[in-house]
Design a protein around this ligand. Structure first.
Ligand code: NAI
Ligand code: MG
Length: 367
């Protein structure tokens, strides 16, 4: 196969700072594991607006469609708050998601043992937690028509519509079953089939797709019960699939079980391309963190873990992804912390770049 290609879009604020650490990791794989990537660096968000007057140029969009994976830092910042809605930094991100048709948003909730004390839940509830929430990202109530605010009987009425077609449910269900096959063969689908017709259809279609995956144990849960179970005993789950709205809430809640925003990666996957790889974009969950940008304080781990997801889901390098995750685990176990991972006790934190160097050193030690 030809050299895998990566489009790197560092973006704004701490985006470029955390991405610089990912580049160190990418270079390490080239030098030590013979894993080289055809890397293109480009602009997105405010950085693209400053250069081109748009948050994502057509050339960058075309490149994103062509590469094996996009790796994005973060976009936005106070400097751009007064811009017109149509050219706001976030529009660049939304354009990528929409035009690449990234319908499956993968949000892991993973707890590194060294950080288990950081959770708001009891240590034994979260220690060793490793679950994945798949959120449908391109349809549902955030996009359904009709929508708007109208006047009816002399009062205003706000309207949004939850609408899912069979094929929209089918494709995200299939991605989730495929994921479950690579993990622990356990999938829980969440909707509210008790009160929503779209939920009834969701449950039916997921069940039908499940017939193609007899090795995966499929269960269904009402999303509100799912929220309770996630807080009570999250380790009962492995992969969860749910719609856009419930997924937005459940993935944010599950993510927080494990601590800091600086630790959370994500992947957004679309349909398979001609080479069999899915359209894909990987990015940390956090934003551009203007309050700490330019100070070397950002935790690069969320972005580095996003690259680990790229290794696993775009490049079929699951073992190398595990190597990287283990290196991060070791660094954390050694007590290395960026400022966001320190409690009140006030040990001296390492800088963004020192954290990257420590992870590279742990990778060296893994050989
Ligand atoms: P944020 O995620 O940028 O920051 C929230 C808080 O978490 C801040 O106190 C920040 O310092 C901290 N934080 C975030 N990432 C961190 C990291 N890697 N290491 C250490 N601390 C970290 O969210 P906020 O403040 O609501 O938004 C700031 C800007 O980012 C806004 O312009 C917003 O629109 C944009 N944003 C962009 C996103 C994206 O590019 N995907 C997602 C969320 C917000
Ligand atoms: Mg959200």
């Amino acid at each position: 196969m030809s050299t895998p290609s990566l489009l790197i879009l560092p973006g704004d604020g701490i985006g470029p700072e955390v991405m610089a650490e990912v580049v160190k990791i990418i270079d390490w794989y080239g030098e030590n594991r013979g894993l080289t990537f055809d890397v293109t660096m480009d602009l997105v968000g405010g950085a693209a607006y400053d250069a081109h007057g748009v948050p994502l140029s057509d050339e960058t969009m075309a490149k994103a469609q062509e590469v094996d994976a996009v790796l994005l830092g973060a976009v936005g910042g106070p400097k751009y708050d007064t811009l017109d809605f149509s050219v706001k930094p976030e529009r660049g991100l939304l354009r990528l998601r929409k035009e690449m048709d990234l319908f499956a948003n993968l949000r892991p909730a993973q707890c590194f043992d060294a950080l288990a004390d950081f959770s708001s839940l009891k240590k034994d509830v979260v220690a060793g937690l490793d679950i994945m929430i798949v959120r449908e990202l391109t349809s549902g109530i955030y996009f359904g028509e009709p929508r708007g605010i109208i006047t009816e009987n002399n009062e205003r009425v706000g309207i949004n519509t939850q609408r899912y077609t069979e094929s929209e449910i089918e494709r995200v269900a299939r991605s989730s079953f495929e994921l479950a096959m690579r993990r622990n063969r356990k999938l829980c689908s969440m909707e509210k089939a008790n009160v929503m017709e779209s939920g009834i259809l969701w449950r039916e279609v997921v069940t039908e797709v499940g017939k193609d995956y007899p090795d995966v144990a499929l269960s269904h849960m009402y999303a509100d019960a799912g929220a309770m179970q996630l807080c009570r005993w999250p380790k009962q789950f492995d992969v969860i699939v749910t719609d856009n709205l419930f997924g937005d809430l459940l993935s944010d809640a599950a993510a927080m079980l494990t601590g800091s925003l600086g630790m959370l990666p994500s992947a957004s996957l679309g349909a398979p391309m001609a080479n069999g790889r899915p359209k894909a974009m990987y990015e940390p969950v956090h934003g551009s963190a203007p309050d700490i940008a330019g100070q070397g304080k950002a935790n690069p781990i969320a972005c580095i873990l996003s690259f680990a997801m790229a290794l696993r889901y775009s490049f079929d390098e699951g073992e190398e992804a595990t190597r990287l995750e283990k290196a991060i685990e070791k660094v954390l176990a050694d007590g290395v912390r960026t400022a966001d991972l320190l409690g009140e006790e006030g040990a001296t934190p390492v800088s963004t770049s020192e954290m990257g160097d420590k992870i590279v050193a742990a990778l060296d030690a893994s050989l």
